[in-house]
Ligand binder design. Structure first.
Ligand code: ADP
Ligand code: MG
Length: 497
C-alpha cells in the first residue's frame, strides 16, 4: 500500500518551499488538515461532485468519479487524486474536461486540473481532513485484520462465508445496482422492510457474493444477530440426513432462533418434493416471526420451474431484485478492482479493455480469464501483453463471441453510412444505398450463423444468390479499397463489443 501511494509523478515546481517529504501522501494530508486551506474549495468540490453525479448518473459516478478526491487547490491549480493508474487514464479521457469545466464555473477562473494516482491512505485523525468523506471507494473502515476472520459466527449449520465476498469488493454498475441497494438495505437495518428479499439472475453475476456480503455485514454490525446462510443444496442434504437418522428435531431447531435466514440457489430444490415441503414450512415459520429471509435463485420466482405454485407466489411477496448481465463499463470496473486486490498495476490498459470487451458471459469467467493471464505471465516471467492475452484465452474468447443479430447489423450500417433503414431494406439500386446494403449482408454473413437464404429474407426478401454476390463483391473491394476496408473494420468492432 505504502509503495503504491508514494508520490506525485514528478517534482512540483509550483511550490518550491515544499520539502521532498510533502511529495508523499502523508505530507499532503497534513497540509490538508489545515482547515483554513480546506474551506474554500471543499464546498465547491461537493457541488461539482453533485453535478457530475447528475450528469453521468449514479452508476458511472460511483464507479469512476466518487473515488476522486481533491488533494490540493491552490491558485489556478487543482490536484485530484485517483486511486489507480487505470482509473486515472479513464477519468482523463472521459471526464477530465467536464471536471475542468465545472471548476471553471465554480471559480470563474481558468483552472488547470491535474490528476495524480494515489491511494488515499486513511490514518486515524485523517477522516476530517481527507477532502470529501467519500474519498475511498466504499469507504467503510476495513476490518482490522482484513481476511481470514472467522466469519462463520460459530453457527455449526451455517456455511462458511468467503472472506472475499464483501460489499467493499463488489463493484456496482447499472446491471446490479438494484440488487446491491437492496442487499445493503437488509444488511444495515434491523427492521424487516421487505420479506423475503429475492435476488435472482444468471450464473456468475454476483448473487452469492451479495449473499455473503449481507451475512458478513450483519454479523460485523451486530455479532448477536444469528444469521443462517446455506445453499438450497445443503438444506436438502441436511434434511435428508436428518430423516435418515430420525433427527429432524435438531434440523428444525436450527431455524427456530435465527434472525436472518439466507438460502442460496433455491432452484436446486425444484422437483424435490419433500425438501420443498420442508423448505416452505421453514420459510413460513421464519417469516411469521418477522425475521428477515433472503433467497437467491437463477430466475424470478414466477419463472422457477418444478417449484410448487404456492411457494413461487410466496417467494415473490417481498422485494424481487434481479442482477442483469454486466455491461462493458462494469466489466472494466470489476477487472480494475480485482487487479487492485491482486496488487498488480502492470496490466496494460489495452489488455483490460480487451478482456472487458471479449469476456462478456459472466463475472466468474471474467475473473477466471484475468487469473489465467496473470498466472501465465508470472509463469513465463514476461509482462502481460495483448498478444499473450489473446493467445492464452483463445478458447474463452471464442465461446464468448457475441451473437449479433441481423437487425442490429442493419441498424448500425444504416447509421454509419447515413442511409435510412427503410432504404437499406428497399429495392433501390442506387449506389449510395446498394453499397451499404452489400456491406450489411457481408457483415451478416461474417458475424452471424445465418444461412444465405435467411439473410436474403431479412433484406426485404432477396434471393440467396444476391447475398452471395454481395459477400463476394465486398470481399473483393476490401482488397482494393482501403477506406471501405476501414469502414467495415469499424463496424465490426462496434458490433462485436
Ligand atoms: P452467482 O452466485 O450469481 O453465480 P457469484 O456471486 O458466485 O455468482 O460471482 C461469481 C464471481 O464473480 C465471484 O468471484 C464474485 O466475487 C465475482 N463477482 C460477481 N459480480 C461482481 C461484482 N459486481 N463485483 C466484483 N466481483 C463480482
Ligand atoms: Mg451462486
Amino acid at each position: 500500500m505504502a509503495g503504491k501511494s508514494a508520490a506525485f509523478p514528478g517534482p512540483r515546481t509550483e511550490s518550491p518551499n515544499v520539502t521532498k517529504e510533502t511529495h508523499r501522501l502523508g505530507g499532503i494530508h497534513n497540509d490538508a488538515v489545515n482547515p483554513s486551506m480546506m474551506a474554500p474549495w471543499q464546498d465547491a468540490w461537493q457541488r461539482i461532485r453533485a453535478k457530475l453525479r447528475t450528469e453521468f448518473g449514479d452508476a458511472t459516478f460511483d464507479s469512476w468519479l466518487k473515488p476522486l478526491g481533491v488533494l490540493r487547490a491552490e491558485g489556478s491549480k487543482v490536484l485530484i487524486s485517483v486511486p489507480t493508474r487505470f482509473m486515472c487514464d479513464w477519468v482523463k479521457t472521459h471526464y477530465l474536461s467536464r471536471i475542468t469545466d465545472y471548476w471553471h464555473q465554480e471559480t470563474g477562473a481558468a483552472i488547470d486540473v491535474e490528476l495524480v494516482v494515489s491511494v488515499q491512505a486513511p490514518s486515524p485523525g485523517m477522516a476530517a481532513a481527507a477532502p470529501p468523506p467519500q474519498v475511498k471507494p466504499n469507504g467503510r473502515p476495513a476490518r482490522a485484520d482484513g481476511q481470514g476472520e472467522d466469519m462463520d459466527g460459530g453457527d455449526t449449520y451455517s456455511a462458511p462465508l468467503d472472506p472475499r465476498f464483501t460489499f467493499d469488493n463488489f463493484v456496482v454498475g447499472k446491471s446490479n445496482e438494484l440488487a446491491h441497494a437492496a442487499a445493503r438495505r437488509v444488511s444495515s437495518s434491523t427492521k424487516v422492510q421487505f420479506n423475503p428479499l429475492f435476488l435472482y439472475g444468471g450464473v456468475g453475476l454476483g448473487k452469492t457474493h451479495l449473499m455473503h456480503a449481507i451475512a458478513a455485514e450483519i454479523r460485523a454490525r451486530n455479532p448477536e444477530r444469528k444469521v443462517l446462510y446455506m445453499s438450497a443444496e445443503k438444506f436438502m442434504y441436511q434434511f435428508i440426513r436428518a430423516l435418515r437418522y430420525k433427527d429432524t428435531m435438531a434440523f428444525k431447531e436450527q431455524f427456530r432462533s435465527v434472525d436472518v435466514l439466507m438460502i442460496d440457489d433455491v432452484q436446486f430444490i425444484a422437483n424435490k418434493d419433500s425438501t420443498q415441503e420442508e423448505f416452505f414450512h421453514t420459510f413460513n415459520a421464519v417469516i411469521d416471526q418477522h425475521r428477515q429471509v433472503i433467497i437467491s435463485g437463477d430466475r424470478s420466482p414466477s419463472d422457477l420451474e418444478g417449484i410448487e405454485d404456492r411457494i413461487k407466489s410466496r417467494l415473490g411477496w417481498g422485494l424481487v431484485a434481479d442482477v442483469h448481465p454486466t455491461d462493458y463499463e462494469l466489466r472494466v470496473g470489476i477487472l480494475q478492482s480485482k487487479l487492485e486486490v491482486m496488487g498488480r498495476d502492470d496490466m496494460p490498459k489495452e489488455v483490460t479493455e480487451f478482456l472487458a470487451r471479449k469476456i462478456i458471459s459472466n463475472v466468474r469467467e471474467l475473473e477466471g480469464a484475468l487469473n489465467r493471464v496473470t498466472a501465465y505471465s508470472d509463469l513465463v516471467g514476461r509482462p502481460v501483453t495483448l498478444e499473450m492475452t489473446q493467445e492464452v484465452l483463445q478458447d474463452l474468447i471464442r465461446s464468448n463471441d457475441r451473437r449479433v443479430s441481423i437487425a442490429e447489423i442493419q441498424r448500425h450500417v444504416a447509421e454509419y453510412f447515413n442511409v435510412r433503414l427503410s432504404e437499406l431494406l428497399s429495392a433501390r439500386r442506387a449506389r449510395a444505398v446498394a453499397r451499404p446494403r452489400q456491406v450489411a449482408m457481408y457483415l451478416a454473413k461474417q458475424l452471424t450463423s445465418r444461412s444465405l437464404p435467411e439473410i436474403g429474407r431479412k433484406f426485404g426478401g432477396r434471393d440467396h444468390t444476391t447475398v452471395m454476390h454481395a459477400v463476394r463483391r465486398i470481399e473483393e473491394l476490401r482488397e482494393t479499397d482501403s477506406t471501405l476496408d476501414q469502414d467495415i473494420e469499424n463496424l465490426r468492432r462496434t458490433l462485436e463489443t
